[in-house]
Design a protein around this ligand. Sequence first.
Ligand SMILES: CSC[C@H]1O[C@H](OP(=O)(O)O)[C@H](O)[C@@H]1O
Length: 352
Amino acid sequence: MFQTNQVYPIIWHNDSVSLIDQTRLPNEYAFVEISRSEDMAVAIKTMIVRGAPAIGVAAAYGIYLGAREIHTDNRDEFLQDLENVAQMLRSTRPTAVNLFWAISRMMKVAYETIGTVDEIKKALFQTAQAINAEDLQTCQDIGNNGLKALPTQPGQLTLLTHCNAGALATAGYGTALGVVRSAWREGRLARLFADETRPRLQGAKLTAWECVQEGIPVTVITDSMAAHCMKQGLIHAVVVGADRIAANGDTANKIGTYSLALVSKAHNIPFFVAAPLSTVDFDLADGSQIPIEERHPGEIYQIGDTILTPDGVEFYNPAFDVTPAELITAIITENGVFAPSELKQQEARKAA
Ligand SMILES: CSC[C@H]1O[C@H](OP(=O)(O)O)[C@H](O)[C@@H]1O
């Protein structure tokens, strides 16, 4: 399952969780060892670990780490204290539904495990490990299903992506970048264009880094260049990730995705969303109620030690936007490729 030459952002190692510190890439490939639930919450909130599926996996381990910190043999007391851990992890970031899905799955195991507190803790550890392994397999399935969706272009494709929906944003392999990886490995990809993705620059820093690791030709552009590249005929298709997809296919993803979908439509370029079913919120009829995280304005006005703006200005820093289903050509999942209107049929196949 886990191969030595691949990128895995979250690994259980030496009785703690080893996270790639994504805030230090691409200049440093460093790890943070997490052995306490509070530290996992900080790692998610500060984006040491980020990406919808990845923060779901991280939260799952966070629940287990929290369970380990509870010292009682009384089941009711244990479950009450574990609820407090779950609430702490739920409060880290509001948009990616994978976080809430993973916490819900872990808490269901805690309540449904008949046995001692120690037996519950063991079941929680096994479930966190399973969520990690399942997401890796899911991403590989998404990548392969993406091959059926991509245009059958004479010659090789040039794709464009936004932000980082790669191995770093998942348990490994990636969703949107998983489709790119599969196309590259099948000899169908000529080049990837990566939006730098202001303000956190996940495209320039993380997607480009993943491509260089794998030898995938990558061109980094600023977000505002995407329309021009499309008008020049440089882009054959767009594939992005997702943080929360509503039942009708409306999709919340990194800020800038909505405008990318609009220009894709204007240029009649296929626009794909690649995501596991754990990213679909079937309880939401449409995207109007998806909570959009607002982050610190410093992400806008500061890069490194450089302050970009004068005093006296205001800032608005929504980390995500919502792309309406009608702008999405298809949603690529582990179960296949679906038009947004077909997504509802997949509800029964989503792991509880
Ligand atoms: C595999 S989808 C990851 C998804 O999450 C990213 O957001 P963030 O970097 O803020 O966690 C971005 O929206 C990606 O598309």
